[in-house]
Design a protein around this ligand. Sequence first.
Ligand SMILES: *[C@@H]1O[C@H](CO)[C@@H](O)[C@H](O)[C@H]1NC(C)=O
Ligand SMILES: *[C@@H]1O[C@H](CO)[C@@H](O)[C@H](O)[C@H]1NC(C)=O
Ligand SMILES: *[C@@H]1O[C@H](CO)[C@@H](O)[C@H](O)[C@H]1NC(C)=O
Ligand SMILES: *[C@@H]1O[C@H](CO)[C@@H](O)[C@H](O)[C@H]1NC(C)=O
Ligand SMILES: *[C@@H]1O[C@H](CO)[C@@H](O)[C@H](O)[C@H]1NC(C)=O
Length: 687
Amino acid sequence: MKISSVCLVLLTAEVYGVAAREAHYTATVTPNGEGYTLAPQNSYGGWVNPEDLTPMPQCIAQQDQSTWLSTMTKCTSKRCTRHFAFICTHYQWLTQLSCLSIGFSSNVIEGYLPYCGRSVLAKAQLYLWIRKITGRTWLVDVGDANELQNLSPASLTKGYAAVDVIYKAPICLTGSVSALSMEPFQHVVASCSFTSTAQHTGNAARPWEYSESLRSMIALDFETVGYNLAGRSIRYGDYFDKECFCGAFAIDPEKEPCLVLGQLGLTKERLWINATCGAMSLPDNWTDTLKTTEFAYIPTEDWHWPMCVADMPKQVIELTDHCATDACEVDSSGYCKVKRAVDKACFCRNISYDSCGGSCQIFETRIDYIKWLHDLCGNVQDWHGLPDNWRQLAAPTPLELIPWRWTLKPSSDSNITNDTRLGSARATEKCASNEWKLGSFALVNIATFLAAFLSQRTFIHQIARGFLWHPRPRCWFFKGTLIAALQLVANRFNVFLVQTTPGYEDVPVIELMLLWCSMPRLAWLPILLNFPAAASFLFAEMILQCLSSYCMVMTASYGLEHGFYRGGMERVERGGPAKIMYAGALIWAIIIISLVLFKLVWATPRMDKSRGSEETPLTSSEGEDYAVYGTFSVKGHNNWVSQKLSVELYATVKIILLLWIAQWLFWAGFIGLSSEEYVFMHILSPC
Ligand SMILES: *[C@@H]1O[C@H](CO)[C@@H](O)[C@H](O)[C@H]1NC(C)=O
Ligand SMILES: *[C@@H]1O[C@H](CO)[C@@H](O)[C@H](O)[C@H]1NC(C)=O
Ligand SMILES: *[C@@H]1O[C@H](CO)[C@@H](O)[C@H](O)[C@H]1NC(C)=O
Ligand SMILES: *[C@@H]1O[C@H](CO)[C@@H](O)[C@H](O)[C@H]1NC(C)=O
Ligand SMILES: *[C@@H]1O[C@H](CO)[C@@H](O)[C@H](O)[C@H]1NC(C)=O
């Protein structure tokens, strides 16, 4: 193997001896210098073939090589390599190793070191060359190569970057020169560059040769600096040492190369310098004018409109085009990636809360619009586009917590835009006198008590006549309906009172009457003591509860629809009473729904059972009262029916009691919610 490769080297020398210069021009890059790291193999008594010498280091190849080459040339001469007797049959240009070790003195190296010493890897490559050729373990001064003996990735103190990142720098930067040395940017990058492993850039097999025409040694190849010198391998590619670059290249903070190229160029430049070298060489307030998507610019793809976008005027929609510009998105490494973006300051300058009407100013879409506006422009300097009370507008207003929109205020200024603004209206119309108001409410209760009294009279009358109370469907049906009707008449009278107030002529009669139906009625409570008469009152109550379902169900479904039961009333003005009101409505609805479900589930089995219990007396021989089919024993049957009825009445009373509690909650909340405003006052008694 050794013999054959020596032969090959010799053969190559003979065949390509003259063609060496062409080889220089048709140099090929060998991806890895495999089989190349040859020690001088063919020593002719201390003389070696130049092509056996280690290729030129990268940092030498990048500067003026004349001193280097002349040093080598001095040690090279034409020597006889083959004799026949005393006649020389073959001459060859050979280099004397001992001459080289003297020639590459510290004086020669000193001239190359400022450049080669920029990058620790390049310096290490030079050191290895010197050590191999001269056996010296230092470069210029004793000990100056100690740090190079054991390189590690940490030796590159600022790390490295792929050479590709120079494409992320603006042309104004890559085309500039270092403020210190006037050295071009690209040149500085080259001086700090290295490859993953050492690469040959020319004829790897013949790195050196003596050119007779030039009378000088020439380099046909040089070897790049490999990162493997740091004892670690990295992905194949070209890199540069950041420490080296930042030490050799600097911009003048007073005269930045991209200052004249506008904000985007300047941003690109500053981000590139910051990401590569840190902010040290940048002006102190360099971040002030950055055109990045972090704050002042919003990438077009991230732009979103509020829910009420359909109601936004065309001028506002077009602002995104008007204010569109290019800005830098800072990538994960800190470099600029140009993106189309909307200039926040430009957009916000031309928009305020009042720019959009319609659904943008109504309830949930208004809340969304305010949040959008605040998120977008809230921290833009000198922007005051939100009204002073925007925090209130960003939550449901007390008026919006009320599920119906009627009778909020006199029709003369019932404008939804005005409604949503708090405290804008104060009715000053002439009011119904207090006597009238009190009278109307007294009327409602007198009606109930009157009915109660009448029933009691009937009951006492019945006892006096020795009758036991027994169900007379028509009787309690009639009385119950009458009581409910009385209540409705009283409500209608109150509506009439409201309507006579100027400005309230348009209040909806039915809705208002139904709302009053949902009021908890105290009057029927005493009736519980007179149990038998309760049937009529409970029936009346059932009718009124049915009517009150309008408001209760409306409130509960409004609450569900607007998320009031899911925390939608947190930190809302007068949210406390509103919560009570909505809780009352929900409890009421739940009671009714469970009642209906209970009836549905239990109705079928009980029907069978009741049929059975109806049959039992007929087939039973127990008690002669039942012996004759078709004739009622009044006493026995009455006992059984009244017992059954009293159980059912008792259950109904309990349910109505629960509904009554729910109604109290509803009204307590409703009054609390609307008392400070005109709403409640207007509904119960205008003004
Ligand atoms: C500047 O560079 C530092 C360090 O790499 C980084 O933390 C910072 O975010 C950069 N500044 C900007 C504005 O990109
Ligand atoms: C940076 O600050 C200096 C003074 O501190 C000021 O003169 C200069 O105008 C500022 N530059 C920018 C771009 O804000
Ligand atoms: C935005 O506002 C500025 C002044 O504040 C005005 O000059 C400009 O015309 C407005 N642009 C649009 C599109 O309305
Ligand atoms: C509400 O205000 C708008 C805008 O001023 C007006 O056009 C509309 O007629 C008003 N509506 C009522 C009911 O007053
Ligand atoms: C809103 O109410 C004010 C009085 O508080 C009134 O002057 C104004 O005209 C109303 N706006 C609309 C649009 O009705």
